[in-house]
Design a protein around this ligand. Structure first.
Ligand SMILES: O=C(O)CCC(=O)C(=O)O
Ligand SMILES: [Fe+2]
Length: 181
């Protein structure tokens, strides 16, 4: 939580965007792509894409079809270095050829605006496990990560009334969902 807040504040100051909220945070582990060989040097663990619209083959990017249009900025913090491959790349939006390569080194943060100005992807991991914390930030208050508000309260006081209320609401929802299956 502290690390992702630090990343959010960095992005907020660097781009002069205030307020900026965390919208989604997740930990991603990537292992080697099966069947890799040297005749295919441009394999991807995560193909070239844009974070807040759907990228088509002709280079147009559509802010529909379930795209996460509220994601305004992206940041990735690399958590280890003991793997091969897995470079982060920015790419040309039409040819999808990498234009800039970044070595994901432990402690390095890559941050960028999440639109079609920044198509990017991850080259194939060739050995080991690549671990990264992926974070998306939004200017839209109602898209903020609710789990974070809850976690904040929980970390302060795990018996807090709001937490208990929220947990029982979730349990009730799960029970209802179970009955539908
Ligand atoms: O792991 C990375 O370096 C980038 C991940 C990414 O682009 C994404 O999850 O949208
Ligand atoms: Fe991405």
């Amino acid at each position: 939580m502290e690390v992702s807040d630090a990343a959010r504040l960095y992005v907020s100051r660097r781009w002069g965007v205030e307020p900026l909220y965390s919208s989604f945070t997740h930990l991603v582990s990537r292992t080697p792509v099966p069947g890799l060989n040297s005749s295919r040097p441009l394999e991807f663990s995560h193909p070239i894409h844009v974070d807040n619209c759907r990228l088509f083959n002709n280079g147009t990017c559509w802010p529909g079809g379930g795209a996460f249009i509220h994601r305004h900025f992206s940041a990735i913090l690399y958590l280890n270095s003991d793997f091969d491959g897995g470079e982060f790349v920015f790419a040309d939006i039409v040819s999808r050829k990498p234009t800039v390569r970044v070595q994901p080194r432990c402690g390095r943060l890559v941050a960028f605006s999440a639109g079609p100005e920044n198509p990017h992807g991850v080259l194939a991991v060739r050995r080991g496990t690549r671990r990264a914390l992926a974070m998306w930030f939004t200017r839209t208050g109602r898209q903020r990560e609710e789990e974070r508000l809850l976690a904040d309260i929980y970390l302060r006081d795990s018996s807090a009334l709001e937490v208990r209320r929220m947990v029982s609401l979730l349990e009730r929802n799960f029970e209802r969902a179970d009955k539908l299956v």
